[in-house]
Design a protein around this ligand. Structure first.
Ligand SMILES: [Zn+2]
Length: 322
């Protein structure tokens, strides 16, 4: 059955909000000067689980039969190959991490006002968990993602969507749900636009690269990618992360699958480890161990996030204004 978000009594919204109630716990960040905690690389497969993913490259191209061409927004590319920029992945993961760790709202212009306590950290000697991990002005972060390259044959398509409006400001953190995209008549039309997008099932390869991270920080990073593990079970996607453009149109739900883990140093093996890119680790055991460490997790927000984020198939995203 086709079920829109919401009900007749509450308007259908493709998003949910997380209200931040208490001020962030701010601390001095872990330095870059010596090895402590975990340094290494978690190789990941990122799979598109919504109908489409569009990550804009800032360009416009033209398609369609001669005389009736129309413009579309291109997907990001590097050396002619489709790519998901690592900064886009980081932005999406950081937004979730901020919400589930009661951190500051790190990116301005999202039209989210979570209150004075959650304005961006100013003092590099007292940073919220997200700024300690991903950095802020004057403080280099300790986690990033390289650009994600396609695995196998990934073919982009040009897809029509109804125009998006500038979101209304909210007094909370705002996240888009994962729902189903409703296909539109492909002919050009007013108040519509075309996006180059990759379809459901497209797979990309990336890694989480981390430096001097504690187990509690690794736990936050894994959860912010939607990963969780029941006791003795493999870490799997507990929810999908939303990435790229047209999120209100149900684009951009992705799942992360951990593939391999390498850790570096400390101690005598450090130089050898660095040269080899780290020692391979039993990925499931190590991830489960990290996920058990919840001292930086803001449990009420984490529960709320999991309950509200939904999965593809949970209803159709609205076609027009909402
Ligand atoms: Zn902060």
């Amino acid at each position: 059955m086709q079920r829109p978000f919401g009900s007749s009594s509450s308007p259908a919204k493709p998003y949910f909000t997380i209200r931040m109630r208490e001020p962030p716990v701010r601390q001095a960040p872990t330095g870059h000067d010596r090895f402590q905690g975990y340094t290494g690389r978690l190789d990941l497969r990122l799979e598109v689980v919504s109908e489409y993913l569009h990550v804009g490259g800032g360009g416009i191209d033209v398609t369609g039969p001669q005389g009736r061409e129309h413009a579309y927004h291109t997907f990001a590319r590097r050396d002619g190959q489709l790519v998901i920029p690592g900064t886009s992945i980081k932005g999406a993961v950081r937004a979730v991490l901020e919400a589930i760790s009661n951190s500051c709202v790190g990116v301005a212009g999202r039209r989210e006002d979570a209150g004075r306590d959650h304005r961006r950290c100013q003092n590099t000697g007292a940073l919220c968990p997200a700024c300690r991990i991903f950095g802020t002005t004057g403080w280099r972060g300790r986690a990033h993602f390289p650009d994600a390259a396609p695995v196998g044959d990934v073919q982009a398509q040009v897809v029509k969507i109804a125009d998006l409006w500038r979101p209304r400001p909210t007094k909370a953190r705002k996240f888009y749900r994962s729902g189903q995209f409703r296909k539109l008549d492909p002919r050009p039309e007013r108040n519509h636009r075309f996006l180059e997008a990759v379809p459901k099932g497209s797979v990309f390869a990336t890694s989480l690269v981390f430096e001097n991270a504690s187990a509690a920080e690794m736990s936050l990073l894994l959860r912010a990618m939607g990963l969780d593990a029941a006791r003795d079970a493999s870490p799997t996607a507990a929810f999908w992360v939303k990435l790229g453009g047209a999120k209100p149109r149900c684009f951009g739900a992705v799942s992360f699958r951990p593939l391999a883990l390498r850790l570096v140093g400390p101690g005598a093996s450090l130089v050898r480890d660095l040269a080899r890119g780290g020692s391979p680790q039993p990925v499931e055991e190590r991830l489960r161990e990290w996920l058990r460490e919840t001292s930086l997790l803001h449990e009420p927000s984490w529960r709320e996030f999991r309950e509200q984020s939904g999965r593809p198939g949970d209803g159709y995203c609205p076609e027009g204004l909402y």
